[in-house]
Structure formats: structure tokens, C-alpha cells
Ligand binder design. Structure first.
Ligand SMILES: O=c1ccn([C@H]2C[C@H](O)[C@@H](COP(=O)(O)O)O2)c(=O)[nH]1
Ligand SMILES: [Zn+2]
Length: 158
């Protein structure tokens, strides 16, 4: 009889997104993204990080009223990194992401041809960027669904 304790596709791909988030150096919010094609092949992964040439050990991760001293001026979002890392076309792809995409990421996702977004956290709901992102997503015909990912316990861990 087959093993009954296997994880679902959603758990698998969101698990990869969560694992990717663990690479982020953002002290406040770590975001991970995993993009699959219609054949359920992983074609891109990413996390929020600084652009090449900027050291994580310099003080780029602070929040500061001065925009040029704030992380928001520098960080490449997880979805953007995933799109830049993509090994193939993202037409009709599905994005698994640990945080609902902001409006800047949504622009890129629409233009890349992503058709479905599966997300966990919606912590920025109500903010202007979230409203714009949702508007864009609906107009572009992208579906979205929120899932929770419980801790996965393997038989071998017991
Ligand atoms: O679509 C998104 C939105 C945000 N992020 C990243 C950018 C930042 O590194 C954090 C957000 O930091 P807060 O301190 O929670 O404002 O998340 C992203 O990767 N993708
Ligand atoms: Zn973003």
C-alpha cells in the first residue's frame, strides 16, 4: 500500500516558497516565492534581498523616514527576484508566495503572464499598494487564493 502521509501540491510548492524565505536577510519580513508552469514544474524561485553589490552587513535593512536610507529604496522583492531568475516562460504560470504581492510586483506578474496566485499572509490588506495590486490583478483576470501551511510532520520524524 502506498505511503499515506504525502504532502499535497499546495504544501509542496508553498513549502519551497517558505524555504526560500529563510534566505532573506530582512529583519522584519522574509518573503519567499516559487513559480510553477502549467505542467507543475518549478520554473522560478526567489526571496526578498538586496541587489548585487550591496552588502547585507551594511545598514541597508533599516526603516528610515529618509527614503534613501530606508530598505524600501533598495530591496528587490521576492516575486521580482523569482521573475528575474526564471528559466523559461511564465505564461499561464502559478505563483506560490508567502505574502500577497505589492502593486509593483503585481505589474511584473501580469506582464510575465502569471495566471494564478496562491499566498499565505495578507498583512498589508487595506494599504494603498494592496488595493492597487488587487485592482490590477482582477482586471488582468488573475485568480488568487489564500492557504495556510501547517507544520509538516513526516513519518521519518516521528
Ligand atoms: O510584494 C512584496 C512586498 C514586500 N516584499 C518585501 C519587501 C520588504 O523586504 C518586506 C516588507 O517589509 P515590511 O517591514 O513588512 O514593510 O517584504 C516582497 O518581497 N514582496
Ligand atoms: Zn512587491
Amino acid at each position: 500500500m502506498k505511503n499515506q502521509n504525502y504532502i499535497s501540491w499546495d504544501q509542496y510548492f508553498m513549502g519551497v516558497a517558505k524555504l526560500s524565505a529563510l534566505r532573506s536577510k530582512d529583519p522584519n519580513t522574509q518573503v519567499g516565492a516559487c513559480i510553477i508552469n502549467p505542467d507543475r514544474r518549478i520554473v522560478a524561485i526567489g526571496y526578498n534581498g538586496l541587489p548585487m553589490g550591496l552588502s547585507d552587513d551594511e545598514d541597508f535593512w533599516q526603516k528610515n523616514e529618509d527614503y534613501s536610507k530606508s530598505k524600501y529604496a533598495y530591496v528587490v522583492h521576492a516575486e521580482a527576484n523569482a521573475i528575474l531568475n526564471a528559466t523559461t516562460s511564465l505564461k499561464d504560470a502559478t505563483l506560490y508566495v508567502t505574502l500577497f504581492p505589492c502593486n509593483e510586483c503585481m505589474k511584473l506578474l501580469v506582464q510575465a503572464g502569471v495566471k494564478e496566485i496562491v499566498y499565505m499572509s495578507d498583512k498589508d490588506k487595506g494599504k494603498e499598494s494592496h488595493i492597487a495590486s488587487t485592482t490590477m490583478m482582477k482586471k488582468a483576470g488573475i485568480k488568487a487564493r489564500q492557504i495556510q501551511l501547517e507544520t509538516i510532520v513526516l513519518e521519518t520524524d516521528k
